[in-house]
Design a protein around this ligand. Structure first.
Ligand code: C2E
Ligand code: CA
Ligand code: CA
Length: 379
């Protein structure tokens, strides 16, 4: 994909660097054309032991004119900076260097240096976002979402610190902690007589590739005196598609057999096939919020959502719409037969201590119309 005068060499542990020889035009368009060619060449597939492995590549580029200084080192550092940002976006992204990226990369470095202590000191905890039945409004469950209570920066969202966790090799520690806190919260709510039927936890591909994962989770649930049917494992639709991810497949089957619930997160953004969904015995699909946003106005979008709901219905799979923000969206989704709803329009994610109050208030609020009806009925 490159010319003879360009150089290609190994870079860092798992990368390649390409240095393009000077040409008449080295503007961004030309650079991006080269990037497209290189990514396409890498994506073609490599034969390994009789199978074809498809590799995605993230790319960072910098033109000499855009580098902060006129040295080879500055050029490489700038391209590397763009690469880090591209990696963070995932999915084989390409990014051109921009000086603002330096701050982002520096902040990533700072967070990476602090993240191990933060985990150990309990600064990172799950918050919980309610999920409700679309028809009755009653609470059907919660989703655990990680938050970092950073002493200087305030509350950080997972997008801001998951890359640091993963770079520090602490992914398993994070999920252990999130699950542990989730289970102990659930046990406390049970004790307080609050009905939390089920809590969803998010697992990344990294964790799902750990052959000991299923046993570890089952052990933790048992330790808290709870049962697996009250824990939902949320996996990204794309996770089920990885070729040759035998550990992932084994984990999902073991979790399913042990009685855990499985859900496909961000449904509609990946490309899970019907065969995959049937193979894993998925309990619920979480329709991605991109389908929900602007649903009222988008006729095409409504048709897509109706198709997803119909398909889930046929397969006896529960449905939940994510990112429900407005009462219009809420009403329309209920009318279309979507089973459950989650989103800022119902409740934002909240700390553990706020959940009991929310559940009590919510219980009162959503029973009111029913009570009023009964009064009218008896009058
Ligand atoms: P997700 O699993 O799709 O989680 C839903 C995200 O949507 C959450 O963002 C939530 O705050 C946000 N959200 C909920 N309702 C609405 C809404 O009405 N409108 C909008 N615009 N957003 C809404 P959050 O908490 O920042 O989490 C981002 C992602 O980070 C999650 O996406 C999940 O993939 C990942 N994540 C969160 N916690 C964990 C964790 O403990 N472990 C792992 N591996 N990943 C996690
Ligand atoms: Ca999720
Ligand atoms: Ca989601």
């Amino acid at each position: 994909a490159v010319r003879g005068r360009d150089s290609v060499f190994r870079y860092a542990e798992d990368g390649l660097a390409i240095v393009l020889s000077p040409t008449q035009r080295t503007d961004l368009d030309v650079l991006m054309q080269v990037v497209d060619r290189v990514q396409a060449a890498i994506a073609e597939g490599l034969p390994v032991e009789g199978r074809t492995i498809h590799v995605q590549s993230s790319v960072g580029v910098c033109a000499q004119s855009a580098a902060p200084e006129a040295s080879g080192e500055a050029l490489m550092t700038a391209a590397d900076c763009a690469l880090r940002i591209a990696r963070r976006a995932g999915g084989g992204a390409a990014r051109a260097f921009d000086p603002a990226m330096q701050d982002q990369v520096e902040s990533d470095h700072r967070l990476a240096a602090q993240v191990a202590d933060a985990l150990r000191d309990g600064q990172i905890k799950p918050w919980f976002q309610p999920q409700i039945d679309a028809a009755t409004g009653s609470l059907t469950g919660l989703e655990a979402l990680a938050r970092w209570h950073h002493p200087e920066l305030g509350v950080l969202s997972p997008d801001q610190f998951l890359p640091a966790i993963s770079a520090a090799g602490l992914t398993a520690d994070l999920s252990d902690m999130i699950l542990d806190q989730t289970l102990s919260s659930m046990a406390d709510w049970d004790e307080d007589g609050l009905d939390v039927p089920c809590i969803g936890v998010n697992l990344s591909l990294d964790e799902l590739s750990d052959p000991r994962l299923a046993d570890r989770i089952a052990f933790q649930v048992d330790q808290h005196g709870l049962t697996p049917d009250r824990i939902s494992i949320e996996i990204l639709e794309t996770v089920t598609l990885q070729d040759g991810a035998e550990a992932v497949v084994r984990n999902l089957h073991t979790l399913r057999r042990s009685g855990f619930r499985l859900e496909l997160d961000d449904f509609g953004t990946g490309a899970a096939s019907i065969a995959h969904i049937a193979q894993f015995g998925v309990h619920r699909i979480k329709i991605d919020r991109s389908f929900v946003h602007g649903l009222k106005e988008g006729k095409e979008q409504q048709r897509l959502v109706a198709a997803i709901l119909g398909f889930a219905n046929q397969l006896d799979i529960e449905t939940l719409a994510e990112g429900v923000e407005t009462s219009d969206e809420r009403a329309l989704l209920a009318e279309m037969g979507c089973g459950q709803l989650q989103g800022f329009g119902i409740a934002r994610p909240m700390p553990r201590d706020d959940v009991s109050r929310w559940i009590r208030n919510h219980g009162r609020a959503h029973q009111q119309p029913l009570e009023r009806m009964t009064i009218r009925g008896t009058a």
